[in-house]
Write a protein that binds this ligand. Sequence first.
Ligand SMILES: *Cc1c(COP(=O)(O)O)cnc(C)c1O
Length: 290
Amino acid sequence: MFQQPHIQHLKSFNRNNINVDVLRLDTIHPIVSGNKWYKLQYYIQDAITKNYTTIVTFGGAYSNHIIATAFACKEFNLKSIGIIRGEKAPTLSHTLQQAKQYEMELHFVSREAYKYKNEIASKMSNDKHYIISEGGYGKLGATGAASILKTVDTTSYTHIICACGTGTMLAGIINAAQAHQAIIGINALKGYENIVEDINNICNTKKEFTVMNNYHFGGYGKHPKDLISWMNTLWQTEQLPTDIVYTAKLFFATKDLIETDYFGADSKILIIHSGGLQGNLSLPKGTLLF
Ligand SMILES: *Cc1c(COP(=O)(O)O)cnc(C)c1O
């Protein structure tokens, strides 16, 4: 059902004898790509062990988490309900159409009401409905994300770098990393300053890490022209597809940090490609070369 991820070497990132590799989680599945599947594993297991029959979760119209949850629930014979931010559009996004194909029941709530999603969740929570928070944020999500570093041998890298939304994946990487490895997160959101605290709250170790808050390109849903042209350049030089929300910013940041000598000579960097390519379907045809 899922492919093993593989490592790709990025030759165009070479400088000062720094070696840069990518862990390609985007290739594990054509639709449910990336980190979301890993983050969900323990929630699904927990729900099944506790005899819940339905999973309820939250997200926007392009959410990778919504699609992955819909898929995982179908795989494990659980019912799934998605609380979707914003009024129902006349034509559903590709993401929501796919979630429906995986038999997720969609409930649309206004952006205003969505701000109180924790209250919606507590109202829906009962002995049948298992609630997973938006983006899979939480300790079980981090525990699942920790298994990302076990998919290939990652022990020789000096730095591990990944994108952050809720920070759950980064928390998992922190849990699983070796003592000698430096951990860096690239925040895709603008003005989410509490992320470090939110990460610390779900980590089960006290290890140092760094979050960079200045590579958001205008914010979560923003994808200015220079980001799009960077994605096309990366595709042309490395045959590496990226997504507009997270990984394009991640690779841009890594290249920028290399060029400004953030990393010492001879560093061995592992970039986690966390997938999310389905979100690019929201762009007009022809915007991207891949
Ligand atoms: C959700 C997502 C992230 C962010 O993961 P968090 O655990 O929420 O920080 C990064 N990349 C992609 C492609 C994602 O879909």
